[in-house]
Unconditional design. Sequence first.
Length: 200
Amino acid sequence: MLSRLLHFLWLLTGYLGLLLIAVTTLPLLQYWTAALSTPWGDENGDVLIVLGGDIVAPGMIGMSSYWRSFYTVRAWRTGHYHSIILTGKDIASLMRDCITSQGVPPQVVLLENASQSTRENALYVTALLRGDARRKVLLTSDFHMRRALSAFRKAGIEASPLPIPDAHKRLGDWTQRWGIFWMLLEETAKVVYYKAHGWT
């Protein structure tokens, strides 16, 4: 019994060591992020739909929300868009404050601040834009794009994808790699869950 336990612990230690090497030194996370993302689509749309990200404290946006806001401002400055929709309970108003502080006119920003999941983002924004024939572009983090785009298309919005380099940008800092690993693991579980429920 003791020998079997020691053998199990030895194998476990070996697997954990391989995982440590894969996460911290090999390009595993880059490939994983790419698999969860999509190529950039045509960004010359009329309506930019931006999905809210994380909140790290009351009234304070997290890293994913920051990068989505940053690229929203960059996208707005291209001059293509007539309106921006920010979607997500609690986070949409914080991201509005962030982008308007960088010169995006408040009157072009529309909030959808009831949704609490990617599926609800898709359903509520679809209801908001019912009958709107303008070209739509969806902006979210690279690792979130494939599921988000599928959810929006399932809900009835044909949007062009604009996956911003969120996880890819942070992978250069090895101290963030384990956080990204757990984030990608959670996203992969959500991809499976959404597919199983027919939401994508």
